[in-house]
Ligand binder design. Sequence first.
Ligand SMILES: NC(=O)c1ccc[n+]([C@@H]2O[C@H](COP(=O)([O-])OP(=O)(O)OC[C@H]3O[C@@H](n4cnc5c(N)ncnc54)[C@H](O)[C@@H]3O)[C@@H](O)[C@H]2O)c1
Length: 255
Amino acid sequence: MSQTGKLYDRIAIVTGAASGLGKAIAEGLSAEGAKVMIADIQEEKGKIVANSLKNSIFCAVDVSDPTQVEAMVKKAVDHYGKVDIVVNNAGIPSKQAPTAESSLENWRKVMSINLDGVYFGMKYGIAAMVEKGNKGVIINMGSTTGMVAFPDIAPYSAAKAGVIQLSKCAAIEYASQGIRVNAICPTVVNTPLVEEHINNSDDPEKMREAFNNLNPLPGMPTPEDVAATAVFLASDEAKFLTGLALPVDGGYTAR
Ligand SMILES: NC(=O)c1ccc[n+]([C@@H]2O[C@H](COP(=O)([O-])OP(=O)(O)OC[C@H]3O[C@@H](n4cnc5c(N)ncnc54)[C@H](O)[C@@H]3O)[C@@H](O)[C@H]2O)c1
């Protein structure tokens, strides 16, 4: 860790940091000198990530439970003294079905984690920043599916659209207090889960080609591409950026 890192000594919480994009973001923030709380419902994997990073601690949390999210923020403040960066990344995919055939259970579950969870992280994260009187950064994980329609994942898409709007509202509410709020909106990212999905499909070659040709830029973004965007938004280099829904999509939403 460099003492001149862009995020030297900043305190960050990353939800859903036991795997995938959250893990890459936690690693990216840590590499720039931030002290990162790894917050996840998966204890074993989360602790492994926390143990691999300097000055990192793990917090078990179900982001759909406001009491647990409040306790997560309190734990970070008690341990580190303050919170500078909250990355509300934890999320689950939707079961795929057209709206009339999709289940209420799936709707509630996707909403409770992907939208309620982000709202709780913002509510308690921003409150902690305001209470300590420090500037801060909130980064929420949206998706291109929150910007344009995709079939068969309406609950997921609606939750991600909600994440974008929550981010914009809070951005203008807290701008005067130096708290910036942005959403990152990735296209399909080449994570191990996506690889598994491709490899388990009926025709992996065809599916890989479809994903590689989904966006105007060829190929898929990597978790590190998303992490680099999060590090940038968390840093002072982005000090005049707030209220953005920033696509990491190889031009997908530009069409
Ligand atoms: N992978 C993609 O292609 C992609 C594209 C756009 C947006 N996203 C979004 O990025 C985020 C991360 O996705 P990922 O692909 O890294 O998935 P992932 O499954 O690898 O990671 C999600 C993490 O969230 C955690 N989690 C799930 N439910 C939780 C809960 N209730 N409380 C706390 N933690 C919980 C999981 O344990 C896991 O560690 C999600 O919000 C997802 O919607 C992913």
